[in-house]
Design a protein around this ligand. Structure first.
Ligand SMILES: *Cc1c(COP(=O)(O)O)cnc(C)c1O
Length: 504
């Protein structure tokens, strides 16, 4: 068999690579002509693919053919101009090309010496991002795979700090001369609008589920800081030990922005680790007139945001900044003999800065993207998305049949259809809430049936709402205008006799 294994045939590889690049360029040009998401029954794709691996080699041409025939029709196209679901999953030509290079090099970036340029470029690009977002020098950055992982890392570090500070150990053994701190006594705080990764991370970090406090949010879906202060005081009175507060800058449901300056005051006073989850919204801090969203963030202990959400970098690329890197290393550093190197005290080994040992060379795509567009280009893109979001929010507000459900400072517009009788002039309160919920579920299904647009739903203060998220490189005002037109047409069809939708 061994002599049948194809070794590197440079000329075939070159030909196949050109073929793939041609496909990529064509795909990017035609993605808008495809249905944004497939209409499939679960199992449909699995049924088309052989259940056993091929015994022998198959020609590249046949694999590519099957990719076109079986896989592409089963894809949700996140780069489609009608894709406004979840959050933007970014991609851009320089990022795609850098990913190809990363894959070609195949370097492991766990330690400095496993690829020195990868570690050092990661240090440089993290410094670029730190300065671009206005974070102080006290922060040091590292790339993590996802915001979920970064938040877990922050929670573990906060846990170990809380235990260490009070002299106990995570297993409940007493430190010298101090009362034992038991893991079940540690508490975590985040707003009720916080991302699910916070509760999940707290669970994985060993916090008891009943010690994770969901702090009420206000009408703009931001954490009520006085409620946080009260919760911490009540926990202290009960003999518990507050370990970590996670504040969100740009919630996933509605881009709510927690009052970080007030929260930082509380954390400072209470000596509690403050982690900022700015996974989505954080990229907007590179725009000078949006820098206000990071007010108070400079006082946090750790911050995470995702260039893979709103900075044109392909998934995955999460920027994680920590103030006390010693605390991070105490929780994560390991030094097995087989990884030791003579110059370890002079270099950074990013394997010690998080959960994974093996790490991809993610800094390369970040470097390609930032250099290709420049800071000004990235600022202009985010500014444009925010402008488009505000434009759409205005159209929603002007239309008596629709209701804007949340402020939209960060290019996410959350709305619902309230119908003619429920319209703003006709007394919305007369239409039962459940009926409006059901109407909007039907509206979303009707929109998806067109294959032209994809949105997602949420619940805000118990009310069903539809989210339209902007953030792709290629999104234009025309795309947003068409989306709004489609939404209005679909809504009118749900309620016979509604007037023609007005085109803004
Ligand atoms: C998307 C999101 C996350 C999770 O991001 P991943 O990188 O997919 O783990 C966390 N928090 C917020 C606010 C988000 O919007």
């Amino acid at each position: 068999m061994a002599d049948e294994l194809p070794s590197l045939d440079t000329e075939s590889f070159r030909r196949q690579a050109h073929q793939v690049v041609d496909w990529m360029a064509d795909y990017l040009a035609r993605v808008g002509t495809l249905p944004v998401q497939p209409s499939l029954e679960p199992g449909a794709i699995r049924a088309l693919v052989p259940s056993d691996a091929p015994e022998g080699p198959e020609p590249f041409e046949r694999i590519v053919e099957d990719f076109e025939r079986l896989i592409v029709p089963g894809l949700t196209h996140w780069g489609h101009p009608g894709f406004f679901a979840y959050f933007p999953a970014n991609s851009s030509p320089p990022s795609i090309l850098a990913e190809m290079l990363t894959a070609t090099i195949g370097a492991q970036c766990m330690s400095w010496n496993t690829s020195p340029a990868a570690t050092e470029l990661e240090q440089v690009t993290m410094e670029w991002l730190r300065k671009m977002t206005g974070l102080p020098e006290a922060f040091t950055g590292v790339i993590q795979d996802t915001a979920s992982t970064a938040t877990l890392v922050a929670l573990i570090t906060a846990r170990d700090q809380a235990v260490g500070r009070t002299g106990g150990q995570a297993d409940g053994v007493s430190g010298l001369g101090h009362a034992p701190i038991r893991l079940p006594d540690l508490t975590v705080y985040a707003s009720e609008e916080a991302h699910s990764s916070v509760a999940k991370g707290a669970r994985m970090a060993g916090f008891s589920a009943d010690r994770v406090r969901a702090i009420p949010a206000d009408d703009a879906f931001a954490m009520r800081s006085e409620a946080l202060a009260q919760a911490i005081a009540a926990d202290r009175a009960a003999g518990l030990v507050p370990a970590c507060v996670v504040a969100t800058v740009g919630t996933t449901s509605s881009t709510g922005i927690d009052p970080v300056p007030d929260i930082a005051d509380i954390c400072e006073r209470e000596k509690v680790w403050l982690h900022i989850d700015a996974a989505w919204g954080g990229s907007a801090a590179i725009v000078p007139e949006m820098r206000w969203i990071f007010a108070g963030v400079e006082r946090a202990d750790s911050v995470v945001f995702n260039p893979h959400k709103w900075m044109l970098v392909n998934f995955d690329c999460t920027a994680f900044f920590v103030r006390d890197t010693d605390a991070l290393l105490r929780s994560f550093a390991t030094s097995p003999v087989f990884l030791k190197a003579a110059y370890d005290d002079r270099v950074v080994n990013f394997r010690d800065w998080g959960i994974q040992l093996g790490r991809r060379f993610r800094a390369l795509k970040l470097w390609f993207v930032i250099r290709t567009y420049g800071v000004q280009g990235l600022q202009a893109m985010i500014r444009e998305h925010i402008r488009l979001g505000a434009l759409l929010a205005g159209w929603v507000q002007e239309d008596p049949e629709f209701e804007l459900m949340a402020p939209s400072p960060l290019a996410l517009v959350v709305f619902r259809y309230v119908g003619r009788e429920g319209g703003k002039t006709g007394g919305r309160d007369e239409t039962p809430a459940l009926e409006i919920d059901a109407l909007n579920e039907r509206l979303l299904a009707a929109l998806h049936a067109t294959g032209k647009i994809m949105l997602t739903q949420t619940r805000l203060k118990g009310k069903y709402a539809i989210r339209l998220a902007l953030g792709h490189l290629t999104t234009t005002e025309d795309d947003v205008r068409k989306a709004w037109q489609l939404i209005k047409e679909a809504a009118r069809k749900l309620v016979p006799g509604s007037p023609d939708p007005r085109i803004p």
